[in-house]
Ligand binder design. Structure first.
Ligand code: NAD
Length: 492
């Protein structure tokens, strides 16, 4: 497969336009943005820098398509056919999509293949299968009345997504929104638009009617803000940082009170007890739970809490694994951790490492920029011993930095685990069943892994609690965001 990847890696990527109403259109202002590849810091192509006027055109196209009903009123079995076809086309072009995405955002290709086209195809298939299996309800009323609860599409859904896994996260939003019969306006992140533009082309090829999926690329502060403030978007779904999430809630309050669902960041605790069934396996999986995609993973296990009796040995083990991780060219199948998505993000990560040192954290390994001669953005997998008060124990880095904290007993582990405003992911490693269940109950998070980290499939929801968000992607629960409930109260 490496030879195929090598052939694709230098394909010329033509300048990209916006996809509105089934047509490729340049922004009304003609403005473009450069796409810089994090692999080598070289310009890859340009994307459209959409303004409020383009967002308005996209929303109008989405609304017109919704009202026309070709998709929104299509028989569920018809929608299902097209969603299945989209999944097939994603799989047909999987390698091309993965390489394009990696050139854009730097994720190692071994991970991107599974997590991007692989996962996106599985998600389209999952919601294709759901289309004709989600029912309305009949209420348990008195004999003289019939109470029906209809599920209706909400209308126009806007999705704003981040750069770390654009196709996977994009599909988590687009597929259930389309399955429910809505029209969609998608805004990819500045640093990862290319694979989603290609996905729009595949959706059109699969027969999705024009205007049902629109893609506007551009800056968050311009196109994103225009989406947030638009008066004719019914639901806004978002994955990204807490700061932007707060803004979106404000935009909604200032405009049409659109429903806003947020999937935000985390500082996820990964708790290792001395009685874990296999400490070697725990160390390996925990290392990749933070260092895959250079730590640019919302559910990354960035805080490693280790029972004091094994703390030193486990910290040494995981540092040794970190030192051996092959960081480098993300388009080599042998690379285990690719590039940091942008120079700005790399600076941010290095800033966190510098601050940790200045606060007295002990650096076990890493901490620096590497492979600078490539022109790309790479950082060593980094491990620090920290105390719970330090910045690194509290703030999300979104980079390859692991913080290790010892604990003495279960109560202290839970107390440290819950001592952040976040509540996204977590894990507990133990061979004691009762302890595992107590930790599942005690840790405040949307997901608690037991004796593993990551990997949950489409059958279960992914969502945060507390300041990690208020919406769920994946599973049938995600469909609720894209439906309105309507009651029919019928006197018999
Ligand atoms: P970000 O919040 O900077 O950007 C996300 C998106 O919001 C981008 O498309 C951006 O253009 C847009 N945006 C920026 N400013 C905006 C504004 N004022 N109005 C409207 N839109 C705006 O986040 P990021 O740097 O792309 O991603 C990293 C963050 O995402 C991390 O905090 C990470 O934890 C989080 N994340 C969460 C999940 C999850 O499922 N919970 C998954 C992946 C990433």
């Amino acid at each position: 497969m490496q030879d195929k990847i090598d052939k694709l890696r230098s394909d010329v990527v033509s300048p990209q336009s916006l996809f509105i109403g089934g047509e490729w259109r340049v922004p009304q202002s003609g403005a473009t943005m450069d796409v810089i590849s994090p692999i080598d810091g070289v310009k890859l192509t340009t994307i459209g820098d959409a303004g409020a006027i383009d967002v308005d055109l996209a929303v109008k196209a989405a609304r017109a398509a919704f009202e026309k009903g070709t998709w929104s009123k299509a028989a569920p079995a018809e929608r299902k056919k097209i969603l299945f076809r989209i999944a097939e086309l994603i799989e047909r072009d999987a390698l091309e999509l993965a390489v394009l995405g990696v050139r854009d955002n730097g994720t190692e290709i071994s991970m991107a293949l599974k997590a991007e086209p692989g996962s996106a195809a599985a998600t389209f298939r999952y919601y294709a299968e759901a289309v004709d299996k989600v029912y309305g309800e009949i209420a348990p009323t008195s004999e003289s009345v019939l109470g029906l609860i209809h599920r209706e599409p909400v209308g126009v859904v806007a999705a704003i997504v981040p750069w770390n896994f654009p196709m996977m996260i994009g599909a988590w939003k687009i597929a259930p929104a389309l399955a429910a019969g809505n029209s969609v306006v998608l805004k990819p992140a500045e640093g990862a638009s290319l694979s989603l533009l290609k996905l729009a082309a595949l959706c059109a090829q699969a027969g999705l009617p024009e205007g049902v999926l629109n893609v506007v690329t551009g800056r968050g502060t311009v196109a994103g803000e225009a989406i947030g403030l638009h008066g004719d978007i019914d639901v806004l779904v978002f994955t990204g940082s807490g700061g932007v999430g707060r803004r979106l809630l404000e935009y909604s309050a200032r405009s049409n009170l659109k429903r806003v669902y947020l999937e935000l960041g985390g500082k996820s605790p990964n708790i290792v007890f001395a009685d874990a069934p296999d400490l070697e396996q725990a160390a390996k999986v925990s290392a990749f739970g933070i260092f895959r995609n250079s730590g640019q993973v919302c559910v990354a296990g960035s805080r490693l809490l280790v029972e004091r009796s094994i703390h030193e040995a486990f910290a040494e083990r995981i540092s040794a694994i970190a030192e051996k991780i092959k960081v480098g060219d993300p388009l080599l199948l042998s690379t285990e951790s690719g590039a940091i998505s942008s120079e700005i993000q790399l600076e941010k990560d290095l800033g966190f490492a510098a601050q940790a040192l200045s606060e007295g954290a002990r650096l076990r390994t890493g901490g620096g920029r590497i492979l600078q001669d490539t022109g790309g953005f790479y950082m060593q997998p980094t491990v620090f011993d920290v105390t719970p008060e330090m910045t690194l124990a509290k703030e999300e880095v979104f980079g390859p930095i692991l913080s290790i904290i010892p604990f003495d007993d279960d109560a202290e582990a839970i107390s440290i685990a819950n001592a952040t405003p976040y509540g996204l992911a977590s894990a507990v490693w133990t061979g004691n069943l009762s302890r595992a269940h107590c930790m599942v109950r005690g840790v405040k998070a949307g997901v608690v892994h037991v004796n593993t980290y990551g990997g949950a499939d489409n059958t279960v929801p992914l969502g945060g609690i507390r300041q990690s968000g208020n919406g769920h992607d994946k599973s049938l629960h995600a469909m609720d965001k894209y439906h309105n409930l309507k009651t029919a109260w019928i006197q018999l």
